[in-house]
Design a protein. Structure first.
Lengths: 306, 326
């Protein structure tokens, strides 16, 4: 991930150029953040290679055996012989396999929605910063309005109107999150556009669109990447919450949140593993992303804001 | 100054109008209301009669005006499930949500401010580090997951506290309240703590940041130099100045506590507005959903309007600036 970072402060003449290597060197000074990165990498790989790492495809009904239903962790399958590492649900679905497949949905929804929200938000925010005037006022008023409603309610309202579905959840998350990016992009964009190199670009007669894309945007990217990282975690958490409430992803594409929700009814009878293990997977994912995001903010942003 | 308040008021009305359009479009054009309203078994004649009865044969803008007209008369239709006016169904759930939100806010303030104060005064002590790390958890753990763990540990394993419902209630001012009975309080404890976690972390961090900002100020040093006791400096000189942003945020965030109660109420089967909206979405009880959305929009627009007006009254920079200093 850090490899994508282009030379964040190169444009400031008084600052020494800080290439990717410096970022990495600075990053690894925090052991917690390194651990977070390692865990996150493992989670992403596990999700990507889920079919190779799991004994069954939990959503191929042919591979499920109802006789194996509600087995506690460590029991072996009657029909297939492999071990149910984390137990099974009421349909004989291997929880471990379901978690890896669920991670695919959760991570996918989180990343796609955060990246789309970043694109929409950053474009509008930079545009506002660059244009100023009425356009800026209108965009920022919309941002204020959006941010004054709690995210969970906005998402809930949107999904109440649109109905369940992975695409609808992504759309709801983008509509909820773009404002954060817009605000940050505008803030950074305003600071940057007052700097001398932008002024110099004007003087040189470079067209406005080119200044925006080639000069302003690259210098606004580091804070946006930090926000995007944290927003991925927030999106995953929000999606899990919505799915838990029954308004998120449909049963055919279960994310971690839906797995937790399915297992929840069995928790009262002591069959804890159906929702606790997916929950732990969700937690580890969110905490790992937050650790990485926090460290990136510390490294990329010398100003210490709370 | 009146002009600026009037401007805010007009903006607020405009926002509410926009939201009615969005809700109306969402409810009537994206989903097909005929499928939602009329049972698939209905005969063709029945279908046509119902379409006329609900006004679905009218042009869209007529339907919208009809919807607005109902809104102005506080008539948001009848709930399909409860067969009562949708507004009434929601308002009878309001006390449960309110008392839960107030309790959660209280917990957040009582726990968050002292811990934040401590972490701000001794930023390098191990205890402060633990406090700050836990507050990160409070931010990042999904509420529903923490609530589930509470139920598993304190209700299922230990059996200390009940996991669902409001318990015994007492009538007061025409509504049922749980906080007046011991049984009700017991039922309220777990959901209230669950709902308070996020706010506690927020208040804690705000307090700490405020303390860190105030401590190096001259008036604090002067107070120390005058020989005042450390306790007095902390409680009077530091805390007073830290409280201003904290109080603002507690007020502003009250709406979001109500919003987040959707999750907590669903987990703990707390019969408030939040659980009602989830049930209504699952039951496709459209009038209740619309009524809930409109109430929430009004609530938040009102909160924001009040905050704007109070700032206008308090802060001369806002008062005298012609536009909003963005």
């Amino acid at each position: 991930m850090p490899v994508d970072l282009a030379d964040p402060f190169a444009a400031e003449p008084q600052e020494r150029a800080r290439p990717v290597r410096d970022f990495a060197r600075e990053y690894v000074r925090s052991p917690g953040a390194v651990l977070g990165f390692a865990v996150l990498l493992a989670i992403v790989l596990a999700a990507v290679f889920a079919p190779l790492l799991t004994p069954q495809n939990p959503y191929d009904l042919m591979q499920l055996d109802i006789m194996d239903g509600q087995l506690p962790p460590g029991e072996s399958s009657m029909a297939y012989g492999f071990n149910y590492l984390l137990g099974t649900d009421e349909q004989g679905r291997d929880i471990y396999s379901a978690i890896l497949y669920g991670l695919r949905i959760s991570l996918g929804v989180g990343v796609v929605s955060a990246v789309s929200a970043a694109l929409v938000g950053a474009t509008l925010g930079l545009f506002a910063a660059y244009k100023g005037g009425r356009i800026e006022a209108a965009i920022m008023r919309l941002v204020d309005l959006q941010l004054s409603f709690p995210t969970i309610l906005m998402a809930l309202m949107i999904l109440a109107l649109l109905g369940k579905g992975v695409a609808n959840v992504v759309l709801a998350l983008v509509l909820v999150e773009w404002a954060t990016f817009a605000r940050t992009a505008r803030g950074v964009g305003m600071v940057e556009s007052r700097k001398e190199y932008i002024e110099a670009s004007y003087v040189l007669g470079i067209p406005a669109w080119r200044i925006m894309l080639r000069h302003l945007l690259p210098n606004c990217i580091p804070p946006l990447i930090v926000i995007a990282t944290v927003q991925v975690a927030r999106a995953i958490s929000l999606e899990a919450t919505l799915s838990f409430l029954g308004v998120g992803v449909p049963i055919t594409e279960p994310s971690l949140g839906l797995l937790i929700s399915n297992g929840y009814q069995f928790m009262f009878s002591g069959l804890y593993w159906m929702s606790v293990y997916p929950g732990i997977a969700l937690l580890i994912t969110i905490v790992a992303i937050n650790l990485v995001g926090d460290r990136m903010r510390d490294v990329l942003n010398p100003r210490k804001d709370a | 100054m009146f002009a600026s308040i009037l401007k805010r008021l007009i903006q607020a009305v405009f926002v509410v109008l926009c939201m009615t359009v969005i809700v109306f479009i969402g409810m009537n054009l994206i989903g097909n209301p005929i499928d939602l309203l009329i049972s698939p078994q209905a005969t063709q004649a029945e279908r046509e009669r119902l379409i006329v009865e609900f006004g679905l044969d009218q042009p869209v803008w007529t339907q919208y005006l009809h919807f607005l007209d109902g809104l102005l008369h506080l008539d948001l239709g009848r709930s399909y499930i409860f067969n009562e006016p949708a507004l009434k169904v929601i308002l009878t759930r309001l006390p449960a949500t309110l008392e839960l939100a107030v309790m959660a806010t209280l917990i957040a303030v009582v726990v968050g401010i002292p811990l934040g104060l401590y972490a701000g005064l001794r930023p390098h002590s191990p205890v402060s580090r633990v406090i700050m790390s836990s507050s990160i958890l409070g931010f990042s753990l999904p509420t529903f997951w923490v609530g589930m763990m509470f139920i598993m540990i304190f209700s299922v394993k230990l059996g200390w506290l009940p996991s669902s419902g409001r318990g015994e209630t007492v009538q007061m001012l025409g509504a049922d309240w749980s906080f007046l009975t011991l049984d009700g309080l017991k039922h309220m404890l777990l959901p209230a703590i669950n709902l308070a976690l996020f706010k506690t972390s927020l208040i804690l961090r705000l307090t700490r940041a405020g303390v860190a900002e105030v401590l190096p100020q001259d008036y604090v040093r002067l107070a120390h130099a005058k020989g005042l006791s450390a306790r007095r400096v902390t409680m009077v000189h530091v805390l007073k100045n830290v409280m201003i942003p904290v109080v603002t945020v507690v007020g502003l965030e009250f709406g979001s506590v109500i919003a987040f109660s959707v999750v907590t109420e669903t987990i703990f089967a707390w019969p408030g507005m939040g659980k009602l909206i989830i049930d209504s979405i699952n039951n496709l009880d459209r009038p209740v959903i619309v009524a809930y959305l409109m109430i929430i929009v009004l609530l938040f627009v009102t909160i924001n309007l009040l905050v704007d007006i109070i700032y206008t009254l308090l802060d001369p920079r806002v008062r005298f600036a012609s536009g909003r200093a963005a």
